[in-house]
Design a protein around this ligand. Structure first.
Ligand code: ARG
Length: 475
């Protein structure tokens, strides 16, 4: 950004909003150090929107004339067009988005532009802009989150009866439905959506009217401004209105949780796509190759998402730390809220948009999942449960199956590979071996194992389908 060759709205240092008090211009490095226009210009449209609502209220309350209002509206329309077409000349000397737009307005419409800031401060102005901007970002993120949740449901429905090994400690534990596994992520993202909406309700309050910190002596109508800007109400305390950023911290925290869930899903996609596991494949458009190893197809998207989670978590810590030592009311520290906030919002939105596109295209290798589920004695618990249902106390049943597993491990076979007599002997049950009957085979199959878990929250395909139908009601 250059301050030279300004065609339309260049101002001398003496024209800076606060300059009359100062005997010398600000040092060049200090100017760069304190300016935010490099990153806050992306709030330009909401800044104009906020100013127009403020001006309309000022006119309605007869604080400015209707002619002034008309001039301000015309000037702002031109400024908006200049910004949208890239013609607007942003000046570092004008520090931030607010002063840049206001200076240009005054240049275009004269005194009416100078009256816009009546009853307002940059402190309540910037707080309003961030809230308007963040509200828009939240709505975009919410909609991508919904897309991702729909995609998860669709894949889960298709694979309600696809069997994979479920893991604890990354060791084969019990057979589960792949659809059930995916719906676990759908549940996480449903909670994220609910947190996001909670956060939105606290974001959607109007700070304007607080002015610098103490309110203003003009007969303003805050409720009108709130209504014009679509806020649910006004911030109740002027000091809090200008200094509060906990709505932004809360958003960063919600973002961290979303990315944490994305990161867990990513980790699984990466593992599943490893040729050593081979449960899934991802379409080429979400992967990249290696510059040296011609055979490679790397799951870059999930890896990057996992990596970006670190940055989003860092943004949360930056925001918390920025706020922790601040006395009331506004302090310039707060200017540092924008980069982490924007970065978290951008990262979460991009990540969710890509995942919403990618998840429905996960290529499931059901045979590999099934083969893996047949290894590792995934149905051992089912055998123990079978013995319990025949009257054995659970601890004894557990012990009996442990013996059987030991035998199978030595013979390198599965429980289902033993015939009835071998199984009876392997369970080491003595007299009670007769408890095991021919019907035991049903509980040792993968299908029998998952079908048995017939309750709300269980992995039986019927239950998975019921859970998906229930879940879809919230979409
Ligand atoms: N650029 C500032 C920010 O982002 C705007 C508010 C400045 N207020 C002030 N009194 N210097 O926070």
């Amino acid at each position: 950004m250059s301050d030279k060759n300004s065609k339309n709205n260049s101002l001398d240092n003496k024209d800076q909003a606060w300059s009359a008090r100062f005997a010398e211009p600000v040092a060049e490095l200090v100017q760069r150090y304190t300016a935010s226009v490099g990153f806050d210009q992306r709030m330009a449209m909401v800044d104009i929107q906020g100013s127009l609502a403020h001006a309309q209220m000022l006119a309605q309350q007869k604080i400015i004339s209707n002619d002034d209002l008309t001039a301000i509206q015309k000037g702002m329309a031109q400024i908006q067009a200049e910004i949208e077409s890239g013609q607007f000349h942003w000046q570092l000397a004008l520090e931030d988005v607010h002063l840049n737009i206001e200076a240009r307005l005054t240049q275009l419409v004269g005194d009416a532009g100078k009256r816009l800031h009546t009853g307002r401060s940059r402190n309540d102005q910037v707080a309003t802009d961030i809230r308007l901007w963040l509200r828009g970002a939240i709505d975009q993120i919410d909609s991508q989150l919904t897309q991702l949740r729909k995609g998860l449901c669709d894949v889960a429905e298709k694979h309600a009866a696809t069997i994979m090994p479920g893991f604890t400690h990354l060791q084969v534990a019990q057979p589960i439905s792949f659809g059930h596994h995916l719906m676990a992520y759908a549940e996480m993202f449903a909670r994220d959506a609910s947190r996001l909406r909670d956060c939105r309700a606290r974001v959607n309050r109007l700070p304007l009217g607080a002015a610098a910190l103490a309110g203003t002596s003009y007969p303003i109508d805050r409720a009108l401004v709130a209504k014009l800007l679509g806020f649910d109400g006004v911030c109740a305390n002027s000091l809090d209105a200008v200094s509060d950023r906990d709505f932004a911290i809360e958003f960063c925290s919600v973002s961290s949780l979303i990315m944490t869930h994305i990161s867990r899903l990513s980790e699984e996609l990466i593992l599943w796509m490893s040729p050593r596991i081979g449960f899934i494949d991802l379409p080429d458009r979400f992967c990249t190759g290696s510059s040296i190893m011609p055979q490679k197809k790397n799951p870059d998207v999930p890896e990057l998402a996992r990596g970006k989670t670190g940055r989003v978590n860092g943004n949360l810590i930056a925001m918390l730390t920025l706020m922790k030592g601040q006395p009331l009311a506004y302090n310039k520290d707060n200017q540092e809220d924008k980069e982490p906030l924007f970065d978290s919002a951008d990262t979460v939105l991009d990540t969710l948009t890509i995942f919403a596109d990618m998840v429905p295209h996960i290529q499931v290798k059901a045979e590999a999942m099934r083969a893996a589920a047949l290894q590792g004695f995934a149905t051992a618990t089912d055998l123990a449960d079978y013995l319990v249902k025949k009257g054995l106390p659970f601890r004894d049943a557990h012990e009996a199956v442990a013996h059987a597993v030991k035998t199978c491990a030595a013979r390198q076979c599965d429980l289902a590979d033993l015939n009835l007599d071998e199984l009876r002997a392997a369970c080491n049950l003595g007299q009670q071996a007769q408890l095991i009957d021919a019907d035991v085979k049903d509980c040792l199959t993968l299908e029998g194992s998952i079908a048995g878990r017939q309750h709300v929250g269980g992995t039986a395909p019927q239950q998975v389908l019921r859970a998906i139908a229930e879940y879809r009601k919230s979409l």
